[in-house]
Design a protein around this ligand. Structure first.
Ligand SMILES: [Zn+2]
Length: 209
């Protein structure tokens, strides 16, 4: 009957979090990371999401954009398809929290995002302050691949002239000199419609297992 007990606990937690929650007293846990091959896994991702009370999809979108790699949630864990240090991760998590969660006036984490026309407002439940969210780069639904920008991609195919090829954010990217199965950091040289050309600026030197 442990299952039922667990369910009951979850329910109780849900009720508590909607009525008597006081996020100010809660501390955002540091990400607990482990590495598996080329991936970095945040074991306690859901714990962090529960505290900051944001849509995990929004956080994933932000991190995907910042890290330029594939990110998926798996249960309570987050799997980032790239090797990252704790510092790199903390840096981006803090950027997210400071932009989308922490009140700009009083620093409370007890806030919510409200849409006002095309503007997103960060509304503080502790002090009542309302501020337009000034993100460095707003998280957009339609992500694009831009010339001069850098991305980390995994080469999934080989083109007719032997160049590496991959599909990324809806674009087909050609990467001359890249091999199938390789993960490379590229800089975009040219974009035309949904096709882009990238040049390799860094290769993953680790052998593929
Ligand atoms: Zn406030």
């Amino acid at each position: 009957m442990t299952d039922d007990y667990e369910k009951l606990l979850e329910k109780a937690k849900g009720v508590l979090s909607s009525s008597t929650k006081n996020i100010d007293r809660l501390k955002i846990p540091d990400p607990e990371i482990i590495r598996e091959g080329k991936a970095t896994i945040i074991r306690n991702f859901q714990d962090i999401v529960d505290i900051i009370n944001r849509d995990p999809e929004h956080i994933i979108k932000f991190l995907t954009r910042e890290f330029g790699t594939n990110i998926v949630q798996n249960g309570r864990r987050l799997i980032i398809n790239r090797k990252l240090t704790l510092e790199e991760l903390l840096d981006k998590m803090n950027e997210y929290i400071n932009t989308y969660v922490r009140c700009y006036e009083c620093g409370s984490l007890d806030t919510e995002i409200q849409k006002s026309g095309r503007i997103s407002l960060l509304v503080c439940k502790a002090c009542g302050a309302q501020h337009p969210i000034h993100s460095v780069r707003e998280v957009k639904d339609d992500e694009t691949v831009e010339e001069g920008k850098e991305y980390v991609v995994e080469i999934t195919e080989v083109g007719s002239s032997g160049e590496g090829r991959t599909t990324y954010k809806g674009y087909t990217i050609f990467v001359p000199g890249a091999k199938k199965g390789e993960t490379v950091k590229i800089r975009i040289k040219k974009v035309k419609n949904d096709v882009a050309i990238g040049e390799i600026i860094e290769r993953d030197k680790q052998e593929k297992k």
